[in-house]
Design a protein around this ligand. Structure first.
Ligand code: PHE
Length: 423
């Protein structure tokens, strides 16, 4: 029988039909790879923090930004979505994309989840870093737990315009105009890059200019001053206008961060109604994989000394290229099974459910999974799926017997969990 509650770190959480966290996923809470000495994620984190410390100082020479790197990843739906103005029907709220503890609480899907709370605490320049949790496919660049760093900078009229006393952050009577205006289109297909109605054009342009300058500076600090980059318009529910910064690396455009002018409703609700702000967020693994040449995201979880000893945070400005200890052979096995009558991919069976099951049963020896075939039997009307599972251990060679055993456990778990019938 299903448990009605879950204990995490000594605290009891009610469970319900939204609950989809697995013991395997919960085991990542508190691991804090981004704070582990000499770990590549920690090195990139410190480089970014130092850059911000150096960029923004007060009149006494002290850093303006404060850093929050150990906030609990257990957040509410309000924190992760509502406070950030995600529409009620936004796809990223789906159970198939997030790890829910219950219908009100989840493991944060981005570190932006803490933004509104920290502003409400009275903070105006801060960085938040920690691990985030997303249900996703399995390959060398995706892992259900990864690390992000977010930043917020709020300014007042005085900081923004200095002695230009005649300039304003806000349009005079914008409250009245907003009431009559049509509701903004919040679909991700609609890239509304116009400024928010409440802001003056000069405030937005100055903020945009400062933000882009600082972020290009950060990219140059990490990738070198010769870097080629471009700004791409995008959409986030919590910023407008919004951009992504892409950098050219080994001949490919690589998305390194998302950013924008913060939606004023968020500031208003958090008591910062006199401010305008910018925010950005980036993924630490993505940057570390590129900057250190780390080929597989699972390596960040490795405790192998052959991996860890290659990184040394005493010299933050020398980022060594990772030398593979050796590459062990892959082993690929297919798994085909019939789903119960009426169930199909996207009709009661989400591939992400299968990926989580594999993570739980097999752990990190699975390098990649792909759905290679779907079939419907005309007579029985049942659907079957075939997944190709690629096994590879990061630190040694797996024997065929070991792989067969793991593969069998996955098959057994499928029968049990999905009421599947192995073909
Ligand atoms: N939270 C966004 C993401 O996970 C990144 C972001 C943060 C974008 C802050 C804009 C402002 O992709």
């Amino acid at each position: 029988d299903a448990k009605a509650s879950l204990e995490i770190d000594g605290k009891i959480y009610p469970t319900d039909d939204w609950t989809n966290v697995t013991p395997k996923i919960l085991s990542y809470l508190g691991v804090n790879k981004h704070l582990q000495r000499n770990h590549p994620l920690s090195i990139i984190r410190q480089r970014i923090i130092n850059y911000f410390y150096a960029c923004y100082r007060n009149s006494r020479g002290n850093p303006l930004f404060s850093v929050y790197d150990q906030l609990s990843p257990i957040v509410t739906v309000e924190q992760n979505f509502d406070n950030l103005l995600f529409p009620a029907d936004h796809v990223s709220r789906n159970k198939s994309d997030c790890y829910y503890i219950n219908q009100n609480q989840l493991l944060r899907a981005h570190t932006t989840a803490h933004q509104a709370d920290l502003i409400a605490c009275g903070l105006d320049n801060f960085l938040v870093t920690g691990e985030v949790y997303r249900r996703d496919e399995i390959d060398c660049t995706h892992y259900p737990v990864f690390h992000q760093l977010d930043a917020v900078r709020l300014v007042t009229k005085d900081t923004l315009f200095g002695r230009n006393l005649d300039l304003e952050i806000f349009e005079n009577d914008w409250q009245f105009k907003v009431k009559d205006a049509p509701k903004p289109e919040t679909s991700s297909k609609c890239l509304d890059q116009t400024k928010q109605m409440c802001h003056t054009l000069e405030a937005v342009k100055l903020m945009e200019h400062e933000m882009k300058g600082v972020l290009v500076g950060l990219a140059q600090d990490l990738f070198g001053s010769q870097l080629e980059y471009r700004w791409v318009d995008t959409y986030f529910p919590f910023t407008q206008p919004s951009w992504e910064l892409e950098v050219l690396y080994n001949g490919k455009w690589l998305e390194v961060l998302g950013c924008g002018i913060m939606r004023h409703e968020i500031l208003q609700r958090s008591g910062a109604h006199n401010n305008i702000g910018y925010a950005f967020g980036l993924g630490l693994e993505r940057l570390a994989m590129v900057l250190f040449d780390i080929p597989d995201i699972r390596l960040f979880w490795s405790n192998d000394s052959g991996f860890l000893k290659q990184f040394n945070e005493d010299n933050l400005h020398k980022l060594p290229k990772y030398k593979p200890i050796s590459v062990y052979p892959q082993c690929s096995n297919d798994l085909s099974f019939w789903l119960p009558l009426g169930v199909d991919v996207d009709a009661g069976f989400a591939c992400n459910d299968f990926y989580d099951l594999v993570r739980s049963v097999a752990g990190d020896v699975v390098e990649q999974i792909s759905l290679v075939d779907r079939f419907k039997n005309r007579k029985t009307n049942k659907s079957s799926v075939c997944f190709r599972i690629v096994y590879r251990h990061m630190e040694r060679t797996l024997t065929q017997a070991e792989v067969n055993e793991i593969h069998k456990s996955i098959a057994d778990a499928c029968v049990e969990t999905f009421k599947a019938e192995i073909r």
